[in-house]
Design a protein around this ligand. Structure first.
Ligand code: ADP
Ligand code: MG
Length: 342
């Protein structure tokens, strides 16, 4: 599997594992085989054995989601999103209900964002992905895809043609040439489901950073909120340090996955209106309870102007956001500043 080491969009400053009476020690670990990114778990536990028992369970749970939502690799034991993409125009695929649920959630996000976040944009995203990969392997070969090529691929991106049969637990892409890409949503969605399960199991104090998707279960040591730094996309130290309790903080930006061509940066978040990388901001962050929603919204507000993004954020209960403009100026939604520690 291709593993990519990414800089974090957010760094965990401190963490605490499991509410426990015994004296706690700080431990941390990293996963490098999940969702094509690096993940961090920081926590306190009575001893390393307790910590590693927890992180093993966490890793297993996330790895299941990783396999189900993988669009690049097949796994013998399971039908996943790649199976669905490979069967486009041919036949419905029977899948785990975690795939059906992700697609239903993604359809909701599609309508909430007026089609800006579209998991059926796969054919267009694949072209950009291939150009990015080529440029990474050989920067001299870097190029930008022809708009005609992008438009042709865009003929096969209608989310209405992603047919879900909930009762039968099948998914069918109506036409050959269609492809799902859940990169904008899957990490947050998987993290939310896994954290929910740990919450139900009684865990009270965990902080996880799944490649820039941060999710806290409970609060930190001595019931103080966790402190999470938001990386400054323009360099230097953190933009802000945020107090996070029972909450998720997700950032999207054009500063991590990109390639250069003719002195311009071509990043990985594509505006479906132009079929090209969006150019509104350096980065955005979304703060809310649900990590799936935070992930979807951070991609969404990265590809809309500030006024539209603010209106979307304000229309939702308990959701806050910040926008980093190209000038370096930062804009905040009304309630965001209450979470800033520094
Ligand atoms: P990251 O995955 O780097 O944390 P995002 O959550 O913003 O960042 O997701 C970006 C990924 O989403 C891209 O790599 C691509 O797979 C996918 N994507 C890009 N543009 C769109 C879009 N308009 N709609 C849906 N998915 C998109
Ligand atoms: Mg996202």
């Amino acid at each position: 599997m291709k593993k990519r080491m990414l800089a974090f969009a957010a760094l965990l400053l401190m963490g605490l594992l499991h509410a426990c009476e015994k004296p706690q020690q700080k431990f941390e670990t990293e996963f490098i085989d999940l969702f094509d990114t690096v993940s961090q778990v920081v926590g306190y536990a009575a001893d390393y054995k307790e910590f590693s028992k927890f992180t093993k369970k966490l890793h297993e749970a996330l790895l299941e989601y990783h396999k189900l939502y993988d669009i690049y690799n097949s796994y013998e034991e399971v039908n996943n999103l790649k199976t669905i993409n490979d069967s486009a125009g041919k036949s419905p695929v029977k899948v785990d209900k975690r795939i059906v649920e992700l697609i239903i959630f993604s359809k909701k996000i599609h309508s909430q964002t007026n089609g800006l976040v579209n998991i059926a944009l796969g054919p267009v995203l694949k072209i950009w992905h291939d150009f990015r990969t080529l440029a990474a392997e050989n920067p001299k070969e870097a190029a930008v895809p022809e708009i005609a090529l992008l438009k042709q691929a865009n003929e096969y991106t209608n989310i209405e043609d992603v047919l879900v049969d909930e009762a039968a637990s099948t998914v069918f892409l109506r036409y050959e040439g269609m492809a799902l890409d859940v990169g904008a949503i899957a990490k947050g969605y998987a993290l939310e489901r896994v954290c929910e399960a740990f919450e139900h199991a009684g865990y009270k104090s965990i902080l996880i950073n799944l490649g820039g998707n941060v999710r806290a279960i409970g609060a930190g040591q001595n019931d103080k909120p966790f402190r999470v730094g938001i990386k400054n996309p323009l360099g230097g130290k953190f933009l802000n340090i945020i107090a996070v309790r029972d909450r998720s903080l997700v950032s999207s930006g054009g500063y991590e996955r990109y390639y250069m061509f003719n002195g311009r940066r071509y990043h990985h978040i594509i505006d479906p209106n132009t079929l090209c990388p969006s150019d509104y901001f350096e980065a955005v962050s979304v703060l809310c309870r649900d990590s799936a929603l935070a992930d979807a919204l951070s991609t969404a507000i990265f590809i809309m102007d500030y006024e539209s993004g603010l209106a979307l954020i304000n229309s939702l209960e308990g959701v806050e956001a910040l926008w980093v403009l190209h000038s370096g100026e930062i804009k905040y939604s009304k309630g965001f500043k209450a979470f800033i520690v520094n």
